[in-house]
Design a protein around this ligand. Structure first.
Ligand code: C2E
Ligand code: MG
Ligand code: MG
Ligand code: MG
Length: 282
């Protein structure tokens, strides 16, 4: 009987695998179709707030997919398929273009665009970034490109980041502290913004948050020494905001400061919101 139960479990497991890979095949087909037809992808913008002045400094561009049958999909549902299939490259250029257009509509705003490993290795990246800046009349220092720390261990990627910086764009290291890089790697990207992963921020207002406080403090200290700016991600509660401010983060992001919203709505709302101008530290 136990053996039968085991077999049934294995069968269920295999069905689950098959279901999941079918799901991936379907998502890839739908992605391909949506990229040709356009109109289903939306760029949402989430505010990045200067913690010294409480003013809007920039916005992160976050892609959403308004799927005809499945409704609004977050990146977690389709990004890995896009990455594996290479479709992230054309999708990423669509996001880049919309993000630059939105930023150009808000004087002084910095827009921050996520780049996956596949996008960084695309030979068209640097010329396409340059084209978009020119097309939208966006000064290069108002575009920031976010990469995760894992790409910092790769010399080829560092070369691409240097080329982007030579254009004058900013670079941010996303989700810092949970990946494969070490503090030492931060020296390879002078002037970067370091986005401390949400997992360090979430515990800051709890009694168990002592270790997180120690780590955020250490990171801010290292970043300051290297001339880097620290962004705190995932601020949801006032106590967390107070903590990251006290620990010395210079920019904040999170639901407490603003949810992601459609680019058009963000542009309208930003029109009535004071902006801070802060030059890149180089
Ligand atoms: P990320 O770059 O770290 O972006 C921040 C994520 O945290 C976003 O999730 C955002 O909606 C979410 N977030 C913001 N504030 C809070 C908060 O206070 N609490 C919590 N719990 N979450 C918060 P989202 O939009 O689902 O994106 C997930 C990831 O997908 C992003 O993480 C980024 O790595 C990737 N991604 C999003 N858009 C793009 C894109 O256009 N291109 C590429 N290559 N990757 C993208
Ligand atoms: Mg990001
Ligand atoms: Mg992040
Ligand atoms: Mg994150």
């Amino acid at each position: 009987e136990a053996k039968q139960g085991g077999r049934a479990r294995i069968q269920l497991f295999e069905e689950g695998l098959r279901e999941r890979s079918l799901d991936r095949v379907r998502i890839e087909q739908d992605l391909r179709r949506a990229l040709y037809r356009r109109g289903e992808f939306e760029v949402h913008l989430q505010p990045l707030v200067d913690l010294e002045s409480d003013r809007l400094w920039g916005a992160e561009a976050l892609v959403r997919w308004r799927h005809p049958a499945q409704g609004m999909l977050l990146p977690g549902r389709f990004l890995s398929v896009a990455e594996e299939s290479g479709l992230i490259v054309p999708l990423g250029y669509l996001v880049l273009s919309e993000a630059c257009a939105a930023a150009a509509a808000i004087p002084g705003l910095v827009v921050s665009v996520n780049l996956s490993p596949r996008q960084i290795h695309d030979p068209g990246l640097v010329p396409t970034v340059a084209d978009n800046l020119a097309l939208h009349g966006l000064p290069a220092e108002r575009l920031c490109l976010e990469v995760t720390e894992d790409v910092l261990v790769d010399d080829r990627t560092i070369g691409v980041l240097e080329d982007l910086r030579a254009l004058g764009t900013r670079v941010a290291i996303d989700d810092f502290g949970v990946g494969a890089s070490s503090l030492k790697q931060l020296r390879r990207i002078p002037g970067a913004l370091v986005k401390i992963d949400r997992s360090f921020v979430s515990g800051l207002d709890s009694d168990e948050g002592h270790d997180d406080r120690v780590m955020v403090k250490a990171l801010v200290t290292v970043a300051e020494q290297l001339g880097l700016e620290v962004v705190a991600e995932g601020i949801e509660r006032p106590e967390q905001l107070a903590a990251v401010r006290e620990l010395g983060a210079s920019i904040g992001q999170g639901w407490l400061l603003g949810h992601p919203q459609r680019a058009a709505a963000f542009v309208t709302a930003a029109g009535s919101r004071p902006l801070v101008r802060r030059g890149p530290r180089r």
